[in-house]
Structure formats: C-alpha cells, structure tokens
Design a protein around this ligand. Structure first.
Ligand code: TYM
Length: 340
C-alpha cells in the first residue's frame, strides 16, 4: 500500500527534545522512505489548535515561522514533504465542523488531554479545547492519511479519529475516509520532564529547566542536565531495574534514543556508575545532536520571507490534496456547496 504520512505540531514555544525524539526525528526518517515507495508526507504547524487556549496574536504569528524553521533545521525538507500551516488550508476547519456532527460528546469526554489541559476550570475552557481532537481527526482524514507519526500522548486522539471515520463511513454509506494508523516510536515515545519523572516534557511547563529546547546552547544543555532530578543509586545493568526509577529511566532512554542503541547496551556501558559520570556523557551526546540543528536554525531565521514563501508553496499543494475529500464529505452528507 502506498503510504500517506500526515502529522502536525503546535507552534507554541520552542521545539523540545520530547517533540524531536517522539515525533520530528521520525518525520525526517519517513520522508525519504515514503517518497521511494511513491507516497507523500504532509507536515503542518497546528496553529488552529494553538488558539484553543489564549495565544497572543503577534507571538503566534512569529511562532509559526520559527517552528517552521525548527522543522526544516531538524531535517524536514520542503522539497520532499508538504510543509504548511493549518490555517492556510481552510478545508481543515471546514471538515472539522462536519465531523463535529459525527463525533459524540461521550467520546470526547474520555479524552485525557482535555482533562489535563482544562484542569480544575472545565467550565471555563473553550469549546475549541473540548473539540480539539475532532479538528485533529479532520487534519489526518482530509489527506486520507495511512500513517500518523506521533508521540505516545497523541495515541488516544488517533483512536478517536478512527472512530469518527468509521462512524461517518457507516452512517453515510461511503468509503471516503481511510482509517489512519498511529506510528509511535518503540523508544522515546514519551520523554519526561527533567524536574519530574512523572510528567512529560512539555512546551507548557512553566519551568524552562524541565525541558531541553532545540535552541538551547551547550552551556544551557549541560546545566539543565546537571540539575536534572535523579536518585542517588548507581545505574543498574538490567533495564528492568529502571522501572521504579522514572528519572533514571528517562535519562537513560534519552541517551539510548540519541545513540540509536537499545537501553540494555547503554546500561552495559554505564552500569555501576553514578549520575556524576552519566550526566556529562549524556550532555555531550545531546549537544552534538543539537549542534548542527541549531546552527541551521539560526541561518534560516535570518530569512523570514523565504520561510513564508516555503509555507505558502506547501499550503498550495495541501489545498489541492484536501479539496476532493472535503467535497466528498459535503456530498456524502447531502449538502450542496455549489450555491456558495
Ligand atoms: P504537540 O505540539 O504537543 O507535539 C508534537 C509532537 O511531539 C510529540 N511529543 C512528545 N513525544 C515524546 N515525548 C514528549 N514529552 C512529547 N511531547 C510532545 C507529540 O506526541 C506530537 O507527536 N495535537 C497535536 C498536534 C496535532 C497533530 C494533528 C498531530 C494537531 N493535529 C494531526 C498529528 C496529527 C499536539 O498538540 O502535538
């Protein structure tokens, strides 16, 4: 089967190591493989998702550009993949409305991310935050995505997209929507905060010490890792012994992902050593991985007009791919768009 890969990232804050290892690195790895098989990749800045909570408009505008630059610096190639911002392709918002009428409130009530993001103030959350996974379903269904590379936290949203697609296809007796498969990396699917091994590394964590940003310089990376929370025990030689040590497991997992090695091999190298020895080694591999990315990022950021041009070219291609599917959805529902 020809692969159609689709994924998105919110243009809020900086790209961090969790985004990179959980998602972006796999986008980059997929883009050549998919092209060779005759397929296509669509990657976008989810700016319509970003406005589900208040985002200062000027900051959002700037963040779309800088996140596009960060993706390109990480290896997403606008000549190989279709790269664009979601707001530039109005079909996303259009299909989301149609799918709002298929999705059930009960399904959305089960979304753990809404519970986390709305916190104690559920009544005060925007309708958009609640309906957020329906827009995400539209994002992938509109391109007939077969594969969606994401971190572990997006798995539930993808399952919902499959439920929405199935119900729509059944209710309206069509085979319009393709059921997308999540592609979750076997390792590094959930990178945790450096300050708390129980919560994921996130753009919205108020403490910058909790994450490594792709823009952090070597001193900042080294300092953040030196101060990362750990325990006093030396590293074990058996990966099973990390199970009850979330901070240690996270740091070893980051090393393993960056070195492209199984956790057991990393432990074989560091077993018996404490974090005083492990952290500098980890800092070195993080710094060396990010060095070329941040150099390229600074270069790209000097030419915002070129970034805008690349995004506009991507959006033009995305509109063409999306149009027949939105038209098919209107048609299946018995809606007449021609009179607009
Ligand atoms: P976002 O912007 O929060 O994150 C972008 C990608 O990074 C992954 N990720 C992580 N992976 C491992 N460890 C972490 N600590 C970590 N933090 C984030 C996420 O799983 C994601 O793959 N709703 C999505 C954006 C979106 C989308 C879509 C994704 C909108 N429409 C359609 C796929 C398909 C989000 O907020 O991701």
């Amino acid at each position: 089967m020809t692969k159609r890969v689709v994924s998105g990232i919110q243009p809020t804050g900086n790209l961090h190591l969790g985004n990179y290892l959980g998602a972006i690195r796999n986008w980059v790895r997929l883009q050549d493989e998919v092209a060779q098989g005759g397929g296509e990749c669509f990657f976008f800045l989810a700016d319509l998702h970003a406005i589900t909570v208040y985002n200062e408009p000027a900051a959002l505008r700037a963040n779309v550009r800088s996140m596009a630059a960060a993706l390109i610096a990480s290896g997403v190639d606008p000549d190989k993949s279709v790269l664009f911002n979601q707001a530039a392709v109005s079909a996303h918002a259009e299909l989301a409305w149609l799918l709002n009428c298929t999705a059930r409130i009960g399904w959305l009530n089960r979304m753990t991310q809404f519970k986390e993001k709305s916190g104690k103030d559920r009544e005060g959350a925007s309708i958009g935050l609640f309906a957020y996974p329906v827009l995400q379903a539209a994002d992938v269904l509109i391109y007939k995505a077969t594969h969606v590379p994401v971190g572990d936290d997006q798995k539930q949203h993808l399952e919902l997209a499959r439920d929405i697609a199935t119900k729509f296809n059944t209710d309206f007796e069509t085979d319009l929507f393709v059921l997308p498969e999540p592609m979750i990396p076997p390792a590094a699917a959930r990178i945790m905060s450096l300050r708390d091994g129980g919560s994921k590394m996130s753009k919205s964590d108020p403490s910058d010490m909790s994450r490594i940003n792709l823009t952090d310089d070597p001193d900042a990376i080294t300092a953040k890792l030196r101060k990362a929370r750990t325990d006093p025990e030396p590293l074990p030689d058996d990966p099973a012994e990390l199970a009850a040590r979330p901070e240690a497991r996270n740091l070893v997992g980051i090393y393993a992902a960056l070195a492209d090695l199984p956790v057991a091999d990393v432990l074989a190298r560091f077993a018996g050593q404490g974090f005083g020895a492990f952290k500098p080694a980890l800092a070195e591999i993080v710094v060396e991985t990010l060095r070329p990315i941040s150099a390229r990022l600074s270069e790209l950021e000097t030419d915002p007009a070129e970034l805008d041009r690349l995004l506009a070219a991507g959006a033009a291609k995305a509109r063409i791919a999306a149009e027949p599917v939105v038209a098919g959805a209107y048609d299946a529902l018995g809606l007449n768009r021609e009179t607009r």
